[in-house]
Design a binder for this molecule. Structure first.
Ligand code: PMP
Length: 406
């Protein structure tokens, strides 16, 4: 099956609008993707048909809502091929998932002098939670450097491993450069040294098929909103051997078995890590997004996005003084660039006036920008609903702005 772009675009009502009198062309998909009507309708149905607080309810609506929430968990389980549904924990997104793991894994397993390895191309949300642990626990963060193409230097990674290393935490795909990291190799190497690995899949689940059993990662985290799902919901997979030992993250309803002032016992997985009323409408929306992606086929989506990427790269490359960041061999459909000395913010603001939505700045990856010694980049990231005609407009827009700045 190939991609029927006109049919797909009809699923995304938000695309059908003008910005400053120009048709909207949205290239900010790595920040968040738009939602198809199938997702919007699924959330709508929760509130129009069966909204009710989940678990423990004896009445009909509560049971229907609980079932929908737990079905969504199974959907996520199948999506990443996790062995068990109770190894899938719902969170608000990638950021909360990493904070949960840092906090709970850190509380249970880390002591002063231990080391965590991340990489130079991480999003802040895979840096700062570990830095907070540096302060709280006296651990040290080690960083895998990248080469000029934006690829992890694996030989340096191996040098960083020691008996002090307690976890490796790296992105599957870089949000700022699009680099697809060799995570299977990283996991195999870390495991050969008995070190668990967490993968930040925020930029990956919408582009590549993730199989956590095949990867054998210990944790895999992602957000719903970049996967055509709603905001405020995400999930992570964790091997039950870790989750069972880890301290809870937040306390409250749902995560307990018994509470008394003499002492509290905790619920079993996955509920131990889901304190409070969860975002069940979000989970249902996320399940609808997974269905949407599955129906199109991730392989088809990826092939189409690669076509868009290569088309854009070919055309953009002709622009004088354009500098690309992230020229890895293995790359997702993200293009990060600057033209001459034009500040990315100026480029983005002027493109916006042409109806072209790009992201500019450091992309929550300031250490990466420091590596390239730049304040930021212009980033165009493609989704399944983008077209070559839109890319033509983007290229024309970049040329116009370049000429404007001489
Ligand atoms: N990691 C990466 C690689 C990301 O791209 C993002 C989102 N830009 C995050 C983590 C954080 O995701 P969220 O804001 O959905 O929690």
């Amino acid at each position: 099956m190939s991609i029927d772009i006109q049919k797909i675009r009809k699923d995304f009502p938000i695309l059908n609008q003008t910005v400053y009198g120009k048709p909207l062309a949205y290239f900010d998909n790595a920040a968040t993707a738009h939602k198809p009507v199938q997702v919007i309708n699924a959330i709508d149905e929760v509130y129009t048909k069966y909204n009710s607080n989940i678990h423990r309810g004896v009445h009909h609506l509560s049971n229907v809502c609980t079932q929908a929430f737990e079905d969504a968990r199974i959907k996520v389980q199948q999506f990443v091929n996790a062995p068990n549904a109770h190894e899938i924990i719902f969170t608000r997104g990638t950021t909360e998932a990493i904070n949960l793991i840092a906090s709970s894994f850190g509380e249970t397993f880390l002591k002063e002098g231990d080391e965590i390895i991340v990489s130079q191309l991480e999003h802040h949300s895979n840096i700062v939670p570990w830095q907070l642990l540096e302060k709280r626990k006296g651990i040290t963060l080690k960083v895998i450097p990248i080469n000029d193409d934006g690829e992890l230097m694996l030989d340096r990674f191996e040098e960083l491993l020691s008996d002090k290393t307690k976890l490796v935490s790296v992105a599957h795909i870089s949000n700022a450069l699009g680099t697809i990291n060799p995570i299977k190799k990283i996991i195999t190497t870390a495991h050969a040294n008995n070190i668990p690995v967490m993968i930040d899949g925020a930029q990956a689940v919408q582009h590549v098929k993730v199989d956590v059993q095949e990867l054998d990662c210990d944790f895999y985290v992602f957000s719903g909103h970049k996967l055509y799902g709603p905001t405020g919901i995400g999930a992570f997979y964790g091997k039950e051997k870790w989750l069972n030992q880890m301290e809870p993250y937040q306390g409250g309803g749902e995560m307990i078995q018994t509470v008394s002032f003499e002492g509290t016992t905790f619920n079993e997985l996955p509920f131990k890590f889901e304190a409070g009323t969860p975002d069940y409408s979000g989970a249902v929306g996320l399940a609808a997004a997974i269905d949407y992606v599955n129906n199109l086929g991730l392989k088809n989506i990826a092939a189409y996005e690669h076509e868009l990427h290569d088309y854009a790269m070919k055309k953009l490359s002709d622009i004088p003084n354009i500098q690309f960041y992230g020229t890895a061999k293995e790359k997702a459909s993200v293009i990060s660039f600057n033209v001459g000395n034009i500040h990315p913010f100026d480029m983005g603001t002027l493109l916006d006036k042409m109806g072209l939505a790009v992201r500019t700045g450091h992309h929550c990856a300031q250490p990466l920008m420091q590596r390239y010694n730049i304040p930021g980049t212009v980033r165009a990231s493609f989704a399944v609903y983008n077209t070559k005609e839109e890319i033509d407009r983007l290229v024309e827009g970049v040329i116009k702005v370049s000429q404007l700045f001489g």
